[in-house]
Design a protein. Sequence first.
Lengths: 56, 772
Amino acid sequence: MTMKNNMVMVGEGVGFERIRRITGYLVGTLDRFNNAKRAEVADRVKHGLSDQMERL
Amino acid sequence: MIQQIVKRDGRVVPFELDKITEAIYKAAQALGGQDRSMAEKLATDVVAYLEQKGNEIPSVEQIQDAVEHTLIENGHARTAKEFILYRSTRTRVREMNTKLMKIYEDLTFREAHENDVKRENANIDGDTAMGTMLKYGSEGAKQFDEMFILKPEHSKAHREGDIHIHDLDFYTLTTTCCQIDLTRLFEDGFSTGHGFLREPNSIQSYSALACIAIQANQNDQHGGQSVPAFDFDMARGVAKSYRTLYRANMIKALDLEGVENAEKLVRDAAEKIEAENGGLWPAMDAQNGYTELEFALLAPAAGEEAVKKAQAFARRYADREIDRHTYQAMEALVHNLNTMHSRAGAQIPFSSLNYGTDTSPEGRLVIRNLLLATEAGLGNGETAIFPIHIFKVKEGVNFNPGDPNYDLFKLACKVSAERLFPNFSFIDAPFNLKYYKPGHPETEATYMGCRTRVVGNVYDPSREIVNGRGNLSFTSINLPRLAIKANHNIDFFFEQLDQQLNLVIDQLNHRFKIQCGKKVKNFPFLMGQGIWIDSEHLGPEDTIGEVLKHGTLTAGFIGLAECLTALIGKHHGESQAAQNLGLEIIGCMRKRMDDESAKTGLNYTLIATPAEGLSGRFVRLDRQRYGSIPGVTDREYYTNSFHIPVWFPISAYEKLRLEAPYHALTNAGHISYIELDGDPVKNLDAFESVVRFMKEVGIGYGSINHPLDRDPVCGYTGIIDDVCPRCGRHEGEAIELEKLQKLGLYRHLNAQTLGCCGNPEEEADRVVNPVE
């Protein structure tokens, strides 16, 4: 906690936690990932759901 | 006249003829020679050769070259060979020492965010003392194993990146993982080495001992620990607790009704009913006959009215309390498995829980409360990283409306959409279904969180079960490299692949031999307490080879997508021809493993390697060797196993459809995941439809990824882009405490706890909520 203009402030320097799945399991946050996996997460695209299931 | 030489470190020192004589003599001695004068003569020849070449101040390397030349010229070829081998070993030892010390230096002085080695395994906090100590041990063991334990051809292949021997640091020590049967373990109690733990008698004890069992077993192996039928295992604890709660409430109620000796009456009746009715207890199923029998025994002494009222009271309160107790037990379990750094290197045990198919009231209560506890998260609402949850989907049990556990499947989807767990496994996938026998949970194929699967059993086909079995070791093949080397020649690729598989099988056997030589006493819990199948028949000094044969010896692979691109220019996400070739390649690998199993009677299997540390290693080596090849070595990682590349735009359904056939081929384990956009909580139907599609196309194990972010300051969990939706903070920004208090947070003025989750007052008010 810090003070600013007589107001108590919290959260200075506190980032957001980004939890991602690594190879099937979770590992907390990205800062724990090794460089290769970080690069992979950065590349990940989303998969759309618009295809019909009738394609089966 | 040579008078000086240059040492490796650059120093110029006086030349000593004796040193050359000594080196030659030692090489000759290794072959049984004893002629020192010959060595002296050869030494002078070496000098003459050097002088003749005009080398006034030769280097050590140049002198050694001259020695080799002279020996060969003089017909001492074998001595020359000995000398050459010695020289090459000395070089490697020197390099190893330097390399190991450099690694230790980096571990010691650089922080994890700068040091990739420290982040090789995301579960180890490389910045802590124990985390670093584990890395010291691990890196030292790896070097030692590479130099002195591995066969030279395996060591070379591993070092150069043709193959990757996983968990090389544990090569001489243990096996990978185990699927633990808790029911069997708890029966009659167990020991972890210091003191005996009695058979647990309440759901809280069952939950606590489950954590202890996982942690104890984790200390005997380097891989994951899973519980294949967690709901079945814990159900017994619920039943025991219910009986205790019912009885206690009965006694209180009768006492309040003024019945004398209520306790003795109730206990005697319970004993009698149990003895005369095959162990009948009061249970969650109120129709099991206990109530009527108890009424008959108590009414004469206590009066019909009193007994009737007491039974209604006892039932009502037992029903309420068992739910609460079970929830608390599951909450404690999730907290424990997420926080106890009891594994070497200050890691949490790598735990996985499989559940979903127990349809008894007790089993259902366990599943429901485990899911709810997972949904609630940890003390500040954080998402629990462990245990990994795997919901076992099975048609007729939990998949369709009308199935007994369908409500739990829906709850599982909801919780997964919020917390990324559970993952989903599919017993109906044909390769899983073939082992399944209804009413026999040990035949339900399960997965480790990472994806390892052990159910088939070539060694003992009468026991194709999951309990007490696991993987022994695995080694992965660098498919992209084989493809690059093949230079578009498919036949040549398959030839090389075949040879590589032979090498890997040879290496798996080599490691297996070492593992078989270990004794029960090397595994005090895994073997000493009979966790591993059949180990209960062995004594402490017995070797474990025979029982290990139930485990799997596994080959793996990485980068099928890059391999296909290297071979034919496209990966299997973008070309049917590539998909066909991909299936042929993986099919060929699987056939080789099957053939080896048939030949030897052991369990050789093929895995879609999880690849955390490995994902960067192979591509780094390949880029060094072959340069940056577009679509192959131009990224920092190889695509995981048979996955469509993460960067390739493709629909969820198409990705699953293409990957499913590979699940059938990789009998040692596989997983498919898809990345969902947005917050799936807002569209649970879509989420569920993806899971349903997985089942329809024959996926064995799958999970759905979506962004899961959390602002530690206000506790918001969900999707955060740049600004937190709850408090409006940017990353790193400070916010007025007053603002947070207006949102209902920090009520207790404690900056450490937020008060938005885990509020003790709120928890006490929880009631049973039906799941619609």
